[in-house]
Structure formats: C-alpha cells, structure tokens
Design a protein around this ligand. Structure first.
Ligand code: ZN
Length: 430
C-alpha cells in the first residue's frame, strides 16, 4: 500500500508513543564506553535488542586476513579478538518490496581528559533538550533510531514487505573495516541509511581518509655535544611542514572537484599524535608522528599515498642541512571518498519523507570527514543515504545530540522504511 498522509501520521504517532523508551535505550547505549576494541558490551545490548524484535541474528569477529584482501580495508594494528559486528535481519513473509540496510557504528573515539567535561562522558543525561555523552551523537542516537523507526512501523499496524538488515558495526572511526566486513559477509541491499550526526541533512559528497605514522630518525648524543647529534623531534617539525605543502597543493585544486568548490579548506591533514625521545638529557634519536590526511572522491588511495611517499622521500636535509630520514607506515584508514549520485530513487524517497516530517526541503552538503557510506557507494553500487540528527562537539568535550532532532530523524527513517520497502496492513488475530 502507498504511504498516504494517513499512514504517515499513524507511523509518526507511533514514534512519539515510544520516544521516551527510545531515549532511555540511547542513554543505556552511551553508558557503555565502546572505545576501539572495547565494543563488546554495547554490541551485547544491541544484539539483545535486535533479537527481542524477532530478527534473525548474526554476530562475528572481524577477520584481518579476509579484510586484507579488500582494497578498501585499513591495515590492522590491533587484535580483532572479540571485536565484531552485529547484524539483525528482518525477513518479510514474502519479499515483494525493495530491501534496505540500516547501518550505524557502535565504536566511539577516545573521550580525552575527563576534567575537561562538565560531567562524566559516560553519564548520558538529558539536559535542556540535549542528550550528552561520548558517542551520543556519533552515533548511538542513530543506532537506536534505526531500531525504533522499525518498531514504529509495526506498532502503527503495518508490516514492511522488503528485507531489512540492521547493522551495528565497529571500526568506523579508524579503518572502516566493520562495514567492509559486513559487505564481505554478503550483506547487500537496494539502499542504505546511515544516521550519522549530519544536522538534519543528507551527505552529497565526502572525502577519503588515510592514516599513517611517520618515523623520523635522529642521531643521539649527550646535550653537551649537541651539535654533533641530530634531534629527531626538531626534524619531525620539518617533515610536517613539508606534508603541509602537499595539503596546500590539494586544497588549491578544490575547484576541480565537484561539490568541494565552496568549502574553505576541504583537505585537512591532522597531526593527531606525536611521540619521541627517550630521555631529557639525550638528543632524541627518534620521533613518530601520527597523521590523518584526506583525499577527494575520484582520487585513488594509491595515488594519494604515492604523493605522500614521494614527499617524504624528497626530504633529505632539514633547514640546517642535517640529513633527515622519514619513513611512513600505514596503520588505519585507507579509504577513498565518494559522491552520492543525484536523483536516485532512494534519494527521491528520502526527499519525500523528509518533506512530510520537517515541512521543508531536504538539503545536501559535503563533509570533509570519513564515512562508511563509501563502502556501499564504492564497492556495492548502493545509494548511501548518510542522514542524521543535529549534534554538537562530536569528538570533543560535552558531545551532545539534539533530542527533538532525533525524534524527527526517527520519523523520517520510519516513513522511509514504509515508502522504500513497502508495507502491508497487519492482520490481527484476536
Ligand atoms: Zn560517526
């Protein structure tokens, strides 16, 4: 049956009716500190929540050897023992509608020093319409919205007629290997929604990301004969400056990349970590820089990486003429950017339901950060709708998500399920 406004009203009302429970579930999820490799207890919670909904359950640990065969996988620097995805599948009695993946990542980034937060990052209070906590916006509100959107369709008296996979994946914040592993396991559908915190908007284009560590070698001596030594930490500054030249060059090319012309600085190289030296009274023998770079859609990771290696190889001496040896090793994301093609049926369906819920046109935008959408767009030819609630301070202090925005996004997802997969009216037996 069609998604009439009567059907839409019933589904929206069902979202409202369960919304307090949805927020309570989101809070419970935030209270599990699902930092990298420590996602298991949050995944337990999601596994149980999906099983209670009668979904066919699947859970597996990521396999580094299998992932290594995929060109979009990030090299793995941690153990994947007990690090895994949860997928719950809804099978309609007879599959007539289009299929859908509702994807979200359960991993969160480190919370940083707790004293800089107004309250514990794992407390998850709701204050003045904001739900706080690390991972609240990015993206546990989205994971919960996926499930409660499905609930609302059924609570309103309808049955989806397309297959739906609910995916809770790991590794989105460091390699993208979680969603990739789900694809390798065979999960595909006609469209995917990923409710990342995107300010009630749809992501049109997004960058790829590469992570690497540069090790800079020095020559250790006692500081009393410092001039005969060579300080690797000083040299590392020089290496970063040279990488900044590549960054500047890529940003200067933004006009050649559709959807990136209007961004001030789409390509950001982030010096995210630094280690070096062994002793205050020894000239440092080594320094390591953890770097995150971005690349435009259409630029292959191999091509971007070749430029980085070329840049590092060209550094032979620093400003003072000391020889510099800088070697880079990849240790995370090796991902390419993507563009969501305009005018797909999936986007049109989302535009329709967004208009119904928000009373406004859906806006699209370009994000200069990594998204798992690339897994679906690049390797499964699937329209990837990255669309989610308003948030503040993701990856920062006092991360929070706008509760009313979550409500509206949940309604959009619920209506999308009805529109995209189709629904039939439930036959009740008294
Ligand atoms: Zn995210």
């Amino acid at each position: 049956m069609k998604l009439t406004s009567e059907v839409a009203d019933k589904i929206s009302a069902a979202v409202d009716a369960a919304f307090d429970r949805q927020i309570a579930f989101t809070q419970e999820l935030v209270r599990h500190p699902s930092l990298r490799t420590r996602e298991a207890s949050a995944q337990d919670l999601l596994f149980d929540a999906m099983r209670e909904r009668g979904l066919e359950m699947d859970r597996w640990d990521l396999d580094p050897a299998e992932l290594a065969q995929h060109p979009g996988a990030g090299p793995v620097a941690v153990s994947y023992e007990n690090v895994g995805n949860v997928v719950g599948t809804y099978h309609p009695a007879s599959e007539e509608g289009r299929s859908l993946i509702l994807n979200g990542h359960v991993d969160v980034v480190p919370e940083g020093p707790h004293e800089a937060w107004a309250r514990s990052p794992w407390d998850a209070p709701v204050i003045d319409g904001w739900l706080y906590g690390r991972g609240s916006g990015d993206m546990k509100a989205g994971l919960a919205a996926n499930l409660f959107a499905f609930d609302a369709v059924r609570a309103a008296g309808f049955t989806p007629t397309g297959r739906i996979h609910f995916q809770s994946v790991v590794e989105e914040e460091c390699t993208g290997n979680g969603s990739l592993s789900a694809l390798q396991r065979g999960y595909v559908a006609d469209a995917v929604i990923i409710p990342e915190p995107e300010e009630d908007m749809l992501v049109r284009a997004n960058v790829g990301v590469i992570w690497f560590t540069v090790r800079v070698a020095g020559h250790p001596t006692h500081p009393r004969e410092m001039s005969s030594g060579f300080n690797a930490i000083d040299a590392a500054h020089h290496v970063m400056e040279r990488l900044r030249e590549v960054e500047a060059r890529w940003n200067a090319e933004k006009d050649e990349h559709r959807y990136f012309e209007d961004l001030d600085h789409p390509i950001n190289f982030n010096l995210g970590g630094i280690r070096g030296g062994d002793w205050p009274s020894s000239v440092p023998a080594w320094c390591e820089l953890d770097v995150r770079i971005a690349l435009y859609p259409g630029v292959t990771a191999d091509a971007a990486w070749a430029e980085i290696e070329e840049c590092l190889a060209s550094i032979d001496v620093d400003e003072s003429g000391n020889p510099v040896e800088a070697v880079a090793t990849r240790n995370g994301f090796y991902s390419e950017g993507y563009v969501l093609d305009e005018g797909t049926d999936a986007e049109e369906a989302l535009r329709g339901v967004h208009r119904e819920v928000f009373g406004d046109e859906l806006r699209t935008f370009t994000t200069p950060g990594y998204l798992d959408g690339r897994v679906f767009a690049l390797y499964a030819d699937t329209p990837a709708l990255v669309y989610g609630p308003i948030s503040e301070a993701i990856h920062g202090y006092d991360e929070r998500v706008d509760v009313e925005s979550v409500r509206r996004i949940t309604k959009s997802i619920a209506l999308f399920i009805a529109e995209w997969c189709g629904v039939s009216v439930q036959l009740h037996t008294a």
